[in-house]
Design a protein around this ligand. Structure first.
Ligand code: DX5
Ligand code: ZN
Length: 233
């Protein structure tokens, strides 16, 4: 996959119908999703529980684009292999998940998958300064992780700009996750983010039997990001 900073929309299936993931994944991809964002939660690092490796393995055959697995778990190292085996294309760990994020990224890279590092809202951009040569993506959280539908935290915009400056011309994506919608995406795109996770802002108003709103919502987010980059927003 060649690197480019074009706008990518990655719907989070945390906001999908939990009784119908296969068809929901097919629907969002048919409606224009660039990636599929899978939120893994352990009830320890974050106050919620979601998908183990068997669930991710079950999602895999339905994902034709790119399966972006966000591990909100601690410890994370013992599970990297299992999520890679389950079929993740990108595995993102939290810098706060343990004392050795450098080793965690080495372990993800050793599986042959793309490696991401995530920053919670209270963690400064400087936390990734010595990790940039080991990662393919920096994820800037714009909510405290654990749930969809939360309020956007505006300080994420400034952090994106700081991370963008640190990255320079390295082939590293900047992803933002949490409260992303047509009203918040513009400032994030202008600050340098290129990948946008959205759960509630994509799934709202639609369903597998009425997927058109998914496409409208994805297009609205993409259009707002592109308008901001073009200086119209
Ligand atoms: C939160 C997750 C996010 C969340 C986004 O812990 O990492 O991916 O699902 O949901 P919205 O877009 O509704 O904030
Ligand atoms: Zn996420």
């Amino acid at each position: 996959m060649t690197f480019d900073r074009s706008i990518k929309i990655a719907p989070s299936i945390l906001s999908a119908d939990f009784a119908d993931f296969g068809r929901e994944i097919q629907a969002i991809e048919a409606e224009g999703a660039d990636w599929v964002h899978v939120d893994v939660m352990d009830g320890h690092f974050v106050p919620n529980l979601t998908f183990g490796p068997p669930a991710v393995k079950a999602f895999r055959p339905h994902v034709k684009t790119f399966m972006d697995v966000h591990l909100m778990i601690a410890p994370v190292d013992p599970y990297i292999e299992a999520y890679a085996e389950a079929g993740a294309d990108m595995i993102t760990a939290h810098v706060e998940a343990g004392p050795h994020p450098h080793r965690t990224l080495q372990a993800i890279r050793a599986t042959g998958r793309k490696a991401g590092i995530a920053l919670n809202p209270g963690t400064p951009a400087s936390a990734v300064e010595y990790l940039l040569d080991l990662c393919d993506m920096v994820l800037v959280m714009s909510v405290n992780p654990g749930f969809g539908g939360q309020k956007f935290i505006p300080s994420a915009v400034e952090k994106v700009a700081q991370v963008r400056a640190m990255i320079g011309d390295r082939p590293i994506h900047i992803q933002v996750d949490g409260g992303v919608d047509p009203n918040t995406v513009g400032a994030l795109a202008k600050a340098g983010a290129d990948c946008f996770v959205a759960g509630s802002a994509v799934f709202r108003g639609g369903s597998v039997s009425n997927p058109a709103p998914y496409g409208e919502n994805i297009r609205a987010i993409r259009a707002a990001a592109e308008a901001a980059l073009a200086g119209e927003g």
